[in-house]
Design a protein around this ligand. Structure first.
Ligand code: FAD
Length: 357
């Protein structure tokens, strides 16, 4: 008899876990309280990437894995994911200079070796301006061009859900789970059912579901809101801007005929969010306008959205905390904390191994 498994959460992690378990022969039911890809997984920066910032924290293994997964998505769904050239300009007052960026990108190229995308290249100021004629030339020292990939996160997540369905996963949307336990119980409205295994992949809500169910865990979550604004003016190509003293970076990406700018990092008390605040919008516009000849105004904004990162607590400051995932098994219950869109398949493999053990 195949194992009967319930997966809770229809974000990219839940869908990839369900798909993986079904491929391994389990009979899988996925329960999503809203619509598939309705939360964090469709509020991302739309990047399939290794994550340059992780290099600064020495997480080479994590970056390497993410770059391999980037290649996998590109190969599997070329209609929804494509290579993306990004220009990283450097001005004289940017916190990271050419030497530091060059070293980081050389390492990034090395870790991406074999993934099929071109290596990074150093650009003179004139070459940066040829790519981005709207950037300010005063103080511009040149920059780098490097490659990552971008995706339509909502559509790619739904594509993955279709693959999961084709592998036999039964998907129920608008099916909120109220309570679970370590014996395989899943309570969903008036229905309660016991499964051989339950996977709690409720993303930013995973810890809260455990608390509501009275199940203890050795992991806690921290919640960080990230917001984006979508502007009607198109950008000629993707670019990365350094925010300034806080050393953050902000992406400006071509998106739906305009530009997508993000993201912020605002610590929250819980997983729910109130959407981008005016302060966040001002922060993003400020970073971009500092470097543009013709600034954006609030009237250029056509859309704004936020998502909440679930970060496994491991450090005092959110931006230094680990973005890696944690997986924990208690009896028949497996809980997943954190993760990243790009590495959802790799995480799903790890979860499937622990679930089926
Ligand atoms: C601003 C921002 C930008 C990002 N950009 C990138 C990026 O460019 N590239 C990248 O690789 N990663 C990125 N990430 C990270 C990535 O988006 C997340 O790691 C990923 O989407 C998390 O997926 P998830 O399935 O765990 O969570 P979610 O997508 O939030 O899914 C969890 C699901 O569980 C459901 N749920 C919750 N409680 C219950 C319940 N009781 N019963 C049933 N269902 C329930 C929710 O409705 C939700 O649909 C970004 C994150 C943020 C916040």
């Amino acid at each position: 008899m195949p194992l009967q498994i319930a997966v809770i959460g229809g974000g990219i992690n839940g869908v990839m876990i369900a798909w993986q378990l079904a491929q391994a022969g389990a009979r899988v039911t996925l329960l999503e309280r809203g619509a598939l890809m309705g939360a964090t997984s469709s509020a991302s920066s739309k990047m399939l990437h290794g994550g340059l910032r992780y290099l600064e924290h020495g997480r080479l293994h994590y970056v390497r894995e993410a770059l391999q997964e980037r290649a996998w998505w590109l190969a599997q769904a070329p209609h929804l994911a494509e290579p993306l050239k990004l220009v990283f300009p450097i001005w004289h007052d940017d916190p990271r200079g050419a030497w530091m960026l060059g070293a980081g990108l050389t390492l990034y190229d090395f870790l991406a070796h074999g993934s099929g995308l071109p290596d990074s290249e150093r650009l003179r100021a004139a070459q940066v301006l040829a790519e981005h004629p709207d950037l300010r030339r005063e103080g511009l020292r040149g920059g780098y061009a490097y490659w990552d990939a971008r995706m339509d996160d909502h559509a790619l997540g739904l594509w993955a859900a279709d693959q999961a369905r084709a592998a036999g996963v039964e998907i129920h949307e608008h099916a909120a789970v109220d309570r679970i336990d370590t014996q395989g119980l899943v309570v969903n409205g008036d229905t309660s059912r016991t499964y051989d295994r339950v996977v709690n992949a409720a993303g930013p809500w995973a810890a809260g579901l455990l608390v509501a169910s009275g199940v203890s865990s050795s992991h806690a979550l921290q919640w960080v809101r990230g917001s984006h604004i979508q502007l009607k003016r198109p950008c000629t190509s993707a670019c990365v801007l350094q925010a300034g003293a806080d050393k953050r970076i902000v992406f400006v990406l071509p998106w739906q005929g305009g530009s997508l700018v993000g993201t912020t990092e605002v610590e929250q008390e819980g997983p729910e969010h109130q959407g981008p605040t005016d302060a966040e919008v001002g922060y993003l516009l400020g970073i971009v306008n500092r470097r543009l000849i013709t600034p954006f105004t609030p009237a250029d904004i056509v859309a704004r959205f936020s998502g909440v990162r679930a970060i496994v607590k491991s450090a005092n400051s959110a931006s230094q905390a680990s973005r890696e995932a944690a997986v924990e098994r208690r009896g028949r219950l497996v809980s997943v904390f954190g993760g990243k869109w790009t590495t959802a398949r790799a995480l799903a493999r790890e979860v499937a191994k622990l679930t089926l053990a």
